[in-house]
Each structure stands twice: as C-alpha cells, then as structure tokens.
Design a protein around this ligand. Structure first.
Ligand SMILES: CC(C)(COP(=O)(O)OP(=O)(O)OC[C@H]1O[C@@H](n2cnc3c(N)ncnc32)[C@H](O)[C@@H]1OP(=O)(O)O)[C@@H](O)C(=O)NCCC(=O)NCCS
Length: 178
C-alpha cells in the first residue's frame, strides 16, 4: 500500500563559521554522534581543551533559504603563530558523498586559516580518509597511532587554498545530481 521512498536529502548547504549558539550546539551533538557513538573513539563526549580556543565550522542544510540543520562540522585552531590545525571533521551519515561536504569543510578550514595568517596547516587524519585528503592536495608527513587507531599526520598544500576572508558567510555547496 505504501511505496518505499528514499530519505529526504536537502539540495543545498551553507558551509560557514558556526556563529549562532544553535549551530555550535548542533555541531557538538553531531561530533558526539559520529566520534562517540558511531566510531566509539571517545566515551560520552569528545570535547577537549582545544575546544576552548578552536573556531567551529559547520555545513548547514538549507530548506528553501532557511537554515535547517547542522549536517557537517570541523574545527580549526592556531597552536602557535602561523601554525594551524584542523580536527573533528564529521559529516552526518545521510549526507556523506552527496554534496562533497567533507571536501567543502576542508576547503573552508584551510582557506579561512590562510586568510588569518596561516603558514602551515596540519591534521591527524584517520588512515581510511588519507586518500580523500591526498586528492585534496595534502601530503603525509608520518603514519602514527592515535586513540588506538592508525592515523596520517598530514599537511595541506596552501597553494591550493587561497585565503578566504568571509568565513562567517561562507559559501554554498550543492547536492550532486543523482
Ligand atoms: C570523512 C568524511 C568527513 C567525508 O565526508 P563526505 O562528505 O562524504 O566527503 P566528500 O563527499 O566531500 O568526499 C569527496 C570525495 O572523496 C571521496 N571520499 C570520501 N571519503 C573518502 C575516503 N575515506 N577515502 C577515499 N575517498 C573518499 C568521495 O567519494 C568523494 O569523491 P568523488 O568526488 O569522486 O565522489 C565522512 O565520511 C565522515 O564524517 N566520516 C566519519 C568521521 C570521520 O572519519 N572523520 C574524519 C576524521 S579524519
């Protein structure tokens, strides 16, 4: 009687700094879902001292023109002058590989740090995701173990990430044509 239908996936996403309290709270929730529940990398909460200084970035799904829900996030922070790190990259399972949101968050992370004077941008990348970063012009500096899992210590090639000075507005990412 009822036909099965594919779950709704929005067609547009705004990738930007999380400026609103609800965006920050939703980003923290998404991180807990991905890193605590899905990946069991942390127990209970994945927050750490970096969150006291980090800038959270989000991908917000757009329903019409209204912001709807946070479906992706990453955080960036400056550890010492010029040296920036990205961490806790996560996209909601239903939005993976639909709008290149992971790639868009990486682009905003590195380009907005570049606009703030970044000369070196690093990340510890879970090894299964290293090919994604390599395609986005990152190189592996070392292979290490972190939280009991294999990681690549990687550096972005800033030449491919021109400074982006309007991260609060960010940019639009569109869902791929099916
Ligand atoms: C890793 C993650 C953020 C990628 O998000 P995503 O939105 O699916 O990634 P994108 O759609 O931007 O991927 C861009 C391209 O890389 C590919 N890709 C995505 N993940 C990949 C991987 N692990 N290895 C190789 N290629 C990958 C995609 O297929 C896509 O290729 P295409 O353009 O040819 O179709 C997401 O899978 C995720 O949240 N995983 C769980 C948490 C996690 O592992 N976080 C990262 C910690 S380092």
């Amino acid at each position: 009687m009822f036909e099965p239908f594919a779950p709704f996936v929005p067609s547009g996403f705004q990738v930007k700094v999380a400026v609103e309290p609800w965006e920050r709270a939703a980003a923290a929730r998404l991180r807990r879902q991905v890193f605590c529940e899905e990946q069991a990398l942390f127990a209970g909460d994945d927050r750490d001292a970096v969150d006291d200084v980090a800038i959270p970035l989000v991908a917000v799904s757009l329903f019409g023109v209204a912001a709807d829900a946070v479906v992706g996030t990453v955080r960036i922070h400056e550890a010492e002058p010029g040296l920036w790190w990205g961490s806790r990259l996560a996209v909601a399972p239903e939005c993976r590989k639909v709008g290149a949101l992971g790639a868009a968050l990486i682009r905003l992370a590195v380009s907005s740090a570049h606009a703030r004077g970044c000369t070196r941008f690093l990340a510890h990348v879970q090894s299964q995701n290293a090919p994604l970063f390599q395609r986005l012009h990152w190189r592996t500096l070392a292979e290490i173990e972190l939280h009991g899992r294999p990681h690549h210590h990687m550096q972005a090639d800033l030449a491919f990430y021109p400074p982006f000075a309007a991260p609060e507005t960010g940019f639009l990412a569109l869902r791929r044509a099916a």
